[in-house]
Structure formats: C-alpha cells, structure tokens
Design a protein around this ligand. Structure first.
Ligand code: BEZ
Length: 217
C-alpha cells in the first residue's frame, strides 16, 4: 500500500491565511469570500458529541452577537461528517436551547486541518487540537492559539485579544500585558536621538522612561 505523507507545517502570524473551499453546516464556504471586509475567528474542536467541545462551541454560539458587533464572523471545524455536525447542533439545541448556527466545517479529508496545522500527532493522529485563528479583513493571520484536547479555551481571552488586535490597528499602537478596553496604550518608542530627547521632555505621557511611555486612547 502507498504510504501517505502528512504535512505537519503550521501557518504563522503575518502569513496570508491559506484559502480553502469546504463543506459546512451553512453550505459550501470559500474562506476568501467569507473573509471579505470582515474579521474571521476560526476554531477547531476535536470531536462532535464530546463534553468540553460542547461547552466551547456553545460559548461561541451564545456570544455570536458580540462577534458580529465587532465585524467578526465565526467558523468552527472538526474532522467529523456533516451528518454528525447536524445531529450534534440539533442535540445541543434540544438539550440546552443553544443554537450553534455558525458554519462548522466537516473536514473529513483533513484538508483544512492540515493547512492550518491543527493536527498535532503527539496529541492525536485523527482529531484536531483546539486551535483558534484570528484572520483580519485583509486575510492575514494575526494571532494563533493552540490548546490540547483536555483543556478548554477561555472565551474572555479570545474576546480580549480580538478587541486588542482591532484597537491596536485603529490607534497604530501596542498594548501592554493584560490590556483591557479603557486601559492606556504603549506609545511607540523613539527611534532617533532627537525623538528620544523629545520623549524625555514630554510631560503628556505616563512615563517609566523614554522607551516605556503610555497614553490614553
Ligand atoms: C472533549 O471535548 O470533552 C474532549 C474531546 C477529545 C478528547 C478529550 C476531551
């Protein structure tokens, strides 16, 4: 039998998000069309009808308006069939009244999971790990999270980093540790001696020193 080679390469922050066409619970989806003029948060889960995955996918469904208000579309993915996805979505709706109606990719041939480095063979050879990809409206991967099979993600952090990415773009600034809306932003450090002296003389910013200054947004 011919040996199959699996490509375990991973996309990186700053890469163009690999395009794909896939079958989803909302019908066929082409990433580059879906992503036009909006952010996309794409997340994989190991398997339908499993407890941790159900809590995570339900959390995305419950917060879908929060994402829509931030011009962000959702895509789920697992290496399960469309029939399995439909049965699971219906089961969760019947049992908990939560409707996971964002597109969920049925990645049975693992094409999308392979392109996005969601297969980590040391963790599982057949199930995707818990990945989250933040893709901006230009189709660039801006942030990646990978979690193992046995630890669920943190919705608060997912929302914090999406807000931070969008805010950093708007203010062309950087954001410090644990940044939250309302907190100050980092002013880019000076790059010349003249800029350094200007920064030393500046009384407007909250300064630790010339290279670490913060301002209100
Ligand atoms: C879960 O979602 O509960 C789960 C899925 C795969 C492995 C372990 C836990």
């Amino acid at each position: 039998m011919e040996e199959q080679t699996v490509n375990y390469s991973m996309p990186r922050i700053g890469d163009k998000a690999p395009d794909f066409e896939a079958s989803t619970t909302a019908g066929p989806l082409k990433l580059s069309d879906y992503n036009k003029d909006s952010w996309v948060v794409m997340f994989s889960h190991p398997a339908d009808f499993t407890p941790v995955c159900t809590t995570e996918m339900s959390a995305f469904a419950l917060d879908k308006d929060w994402f829509a208000e931030r011009n962000t579309k959702l895509i789920g993915l697992s290496i399960d069939s469309i029939h399995s996805h439909l049965a699971w979505v219906n089961n969760v709706r019947e049992k908990t009244n939560v409707y996971m109606d964002f597109p969920i990719i049925a990645d049975l041939d693992m094409k999308v999971a392979t392109k996005y480095g969601m297969l980590h063979p040391g963790e599982s050879a057949t199930a995707a790990v818990r990945a989250v990809f933040f893709i901006d409206p230009k189709g660039i991967i801006r942030l990646i999270m990978y979690y193992p099979l046995n630890v669920g993600r943190n919705m608060d952090e997912i929302q914090r980093v999406l807000t931070a990415l969008q805010t950093a773009d708007e203010c062309n600034c950087a954001l410090p540790i644990n940044w939250r809306p309302g907190d100050k932003a980092i002013v880019p450090p000076p790059k010349t001696l003249v800029e350094m002296d200007e920064r030393i003389a500046n009384t407007e910013y909250e300064k630790v020193d010339f290279y670490l200054a913060k301002k209100s947004l």
